[in-house]
Design a protein around this ligand. Structure first.
Ligand SMILES: Cc1cc2nc3c(=O)[nH]c(=O)nc-3n(C[C@H](O)[C@H](O)[C@H](O)COP(=O)(O)O)c2cc1C
Length: 326
């Protein structure tokens, strides 16, 4: 997820039980122009494998070139193509979910990208452009015929953006289609371990992808994993432990930001870079929901510029949670 799944966060998700993690989406055009931010996004660490790098774009040549750059420079396990992003500056230009209006071009891009690289190629998309055009069942077959090795479906149309509830029935229909043999990954509105288990049971998907519910709580995967394995929640995660995880995320995010990288020599990397990335996660941490008048503290978190400031704010938040419980 853009501005969310940086390396520090992915490593925590992985450590807590995510089977696979994905980079933020990377613009094919920006990658070809060697824009620093895009080069930064495609860095992967061996400890996060299996890891997918996701690209988006709007024509065959740039997507093929970007795919080859990703393969040769970053060596991810999987190259994922984004045909699902609904935001205007992407979909409005025909990329991301915009491709749902030009399925022939989507298929051409997919076919040529699959041909151009040796690593497995997967696709993430939505049900269709709008409720009159939910083309996913047929599209899934066509994408599979292009040679992709898995398909992720977000159960909304582009027109829905992130509104309403995700509709998993068509995801289930794709999965039940006897012509389909590649893994189907269901996505949309999975926030709890029960919902993840339910998605597997009701729709028969091969995997579930969890997005927004991980903001500020990478340990969600630990609970989901335990629940799927045992039918019980993970009750080992104390408040102290969770606060330490958040602090670790801050430290890792700063460490990655400061890390020297030859490819990025010219970019001035600072502690603030890491802080800026991580503070949104902290501000959204579900642990802080329900703390009365937390708004001011949340604003301070979003404005903090050093690790110490953030740690002090986290300690303050912890004290307030404890005082609520006592
Ligand atoms: C801030 C934000 C950034 C996102 N960035 C990406 C992205 O880069 N690539 C992608 O495939 N999906 C992206 N998504 C969509 C999510 O991956 C996911 O498909 C969607 O939020 C529905 O799943 P959820 O209900 O589990 O969040 C993003 C969503 C949000 C809210």
């Amino acid at each position: 997820m853009e501005d969310v799944t940086d390396q520090a966060f992915r490593l925590l998700c992985k450590e807590f039980g995510a089977s696979m993690v994905y980079s933020e989406f990377v613009s094919a055009d920006a990658l070809i122009r060697s824009v620093n931010r895009s080069l930064e996004k495609i860095r992967v660490d061996d400890s996060e494998r299996p890891v997918a790098i996701q690209i988006y774009g709007r024509d065959v040549p740039s997507m093929v070139e970007a795919a080859q750059i990703v393969e040769s420079e970053a060596h991810p396990d999987i190259l994922d193509i984004n045909f699902g992003c609904p935001v205007k500056k992407v979909a409005g230009k025909g990329a991301g979910a915009g491709m749902l209006r030009t399925p022939e071009l989507m298929l051409d891009i997919t076919r040529e990208v699959v041909r151009a690289v040796k690593i497995p190629v997967t696709v993430k998309t939505r049900l269709g452009w709008d409720c009159q055009n939910k083309i996913i069942v047929e599209l899934a077959e066509q994408l599979q015929d292009c040679g992709i090795e898995a398909l992720t479906i977000h159960g909304r149309t582009r027109s829905q953006m992130y509104q309403g509830e995700a509709d998993w029935t068509l995801i289930g229909e794709v999965k039940q289609n006897p012509r389909m043999h590649i893994p189907i990954i269901g996505n949309g509105d999975i926030c709890t371990a029960e919902q993840a288990a339910d998605a597997f049971d009701r729709y028969g998907v091969d995997a579930v992808m969890i997005g927004r519910a991980t903001f500020g709580q990478p340990w969600l995967f630990k609970d989901v994993r335990t629940y799927l394995d045992t039918g019980m929640h993970d009750d080992t995660m104390t408040l102290d432990w969770k606060m330490e995880v958040l602090k670790r995320q801050v430290r890792t995010s700063v460490a990655y930001s400061l890390r020297e990288d030859n490819a990025l020599k010219e970019r001035k990397r600072t502690e603030l870079g890491g802080i800026m990335h991580v503070r949104r996660h902290l501000a959204n941490c579900p642990l802080f929901k329900g703390i009365p008048d937390f708004r001011q503290t949340r604003i301070k978190i979003l404005r903090a510029e050093t690790q110490e400031e953030l740690f002090d704010l986290l300690d303050e938040a912890k004290e307030r949670i404890l005082s609520l419980k006592s």
